[in-house]
Design a protein around this ligand. Structure first.
Ligand SMILES: [Zn+2]
Length: 402
């Protein structure tokens, strides 16, 4: 049995009445969030000067809003009560993340940018290709829910004027068939190819992207010519937003195809750790990875591998995978950014840069897979970190983030 929290995002097909409801619910959620954020700041300041008053917390703020909303904000009652309540709970989590130094101080939500609201699982119902929303009724979805299990929550959001619902499910699906027995693979993420495998295969990103990126330039120029505040400008803006949305979807799809392909074939996968701050400097990364974030790639690999009983070995990011010879472990002092091939001075073997890096990742994954990750099925947050190879030279510590 696979037990993990998975979310399925589904496009909705709302009619005009439903669209209006969504906009109002999102407006209510935004208002409640911003009200609570302002209140939080005020109460915090008060608690500093007056020791008798308590510092703010989200549960108290929810009770406070509940006690005044009938009087002061009666329009809040037109939509699901979850909209304001869950928004304040989200603010509570935002403050938790801020206090744990995982995030910045929460910002006010803005109309048109943060159009979203959430509903708790006891307040909605999913039936085939429709979802029932309090004070509204059934709304059509474009797909059925992909996962079975205990439904946790639903979040509604607007992107490029399309509405989506993301349904979180504590997945109880039977595990997927185990990966084919193709052994260990190392995956090097790159700019010439989306990914290079230690088998020598290369995986390219979606082909449709280049043409669409051309349209982005065309539409951006069209938008720039429109008069500020005009109806035509709004239309051009939406057209551009829709295009960006489409590009993001194609990229996401490419990433999903890559991670599904890998986890379906290989029980053990070695990848390099590409941290967020490092990524900004890393021109070697394909746009797909750069845009989606390495974290997303890793997240997908990890949950997909877990569903098949496989494992991901994340190799330390200081390990010089590109300039270490996969044959004799000789480490080059330096390897130029654009040098696609190099010949090892130690053993004389000619290397393709990316394939060699992938083979190094594979070797580390193969040697550390069992010891680093054990055989027990750990949770989603499991970190499998391989130790850097012993050959690593400290003098050579200038990172290979080319
Ligand atoms: Zn060599």
């Amino acid at each position: 049995m696979c037990v993990m929290l998975l979310a399925h995002q589904i496009r909705l097909d709302p009619n005009n009445v439903e669209r209006t409801y969504f906009a109002r619910a999102a407006g209510t959620a935004r208002f409640a969030y911003n009200w609570a954020l302002a209140e939080w700041g005020r109460q915090y300041a008060a608690s500093k000067t007056d020791p008798a008053s308590t510092p703010p917390n989200e549960a108290a703020l929810r009770r406070q809003l509940n006690s005044i909303k009938r009087e002061q904000f009666p329009w809040m009652l037109d939509v699901t009560k979850c909209a304001p309540q869950l928004a304040i709970m989200q603010l509570g989590r935002a403050f938790e993340n801020f206090l744990a130094r995982r995030a910045r101080y929460p910002a006010f939500r803005r109309k048109g940018i943060d159009d979203r609201f959430a509903i708790s699982n006891d307040q909605f119902e999913v039936d085939g290709r429709r979802i029932r929303i309090p004070k509204l009724g059934w709304v059509r979805m474009r797909e059925t829910l992909r996962f079975t299990g205990h439904i946790v929550s639903a979040s509604f959001s607007r992107k490029a004027d399309h509405w989506y619902v993301s349904i979180a499910v504590d997945c109880l699906d039977p595990p997927l068939p185990p990966a084919e027995n193709q052994g260990v693979v190392g995956v090097d993420l790159g700019i010439t190819h989306l990914a290079t495998l230690s088998t020598g295969e290369t995986v390219d990103g979606p082909k449709a992207l280049r043409r669409l990126l051309g349209s982005v330039r065309r539409l951006s120029r069209a938008l720039a010519r429109k008069v500020k505040g005009s109806r035509n400008r709004a239309k051009a803006k939406l057209r551009l937003a829709r295009l960006h949305e489409r590009i993001a979807q194609i990229r996401r799809d490419g990433l999903h195809q890559l991670t599904t392909n890998l986890t379906r074939r290989f029980p053990t996968i070695g990848i390099e750790d590409l941290n967020v701050s490092g990524m900004l400097r890393n021109r070697r990364l394909a746009r797909t990875i750069a845009d989606m974030g390495f974290g997303e790639l890793r997240r997908q690999l990890q949950y997909k591998a877990e569903r098949r009983g496989g494992q991901i070995v994340v190799v330390d990011r200081w390990y010089p995978s590109s300039k270490t010879c996969s044959g004799c472990a000789h480490v080059l002092a330096m390897l130029d950014l654009h040098q696609r091939r190099w010949t090892c001075p130690g053993c004389g073997v000619s290397h393709d840069r990316d394939v060699n890096a992938a083979i190094n990742l594979k070797n580390i994954a193969a040697s550390s897979a069992v010891t680093a990750c054990g055989g027990d099925g750990a949770g989603l947050a499991r970190k499998c970190k391989a130790k850097p190879a012993p050959e690593k030279q400290e003098s050579n510590s200038k990172v290979d983030y080319d």
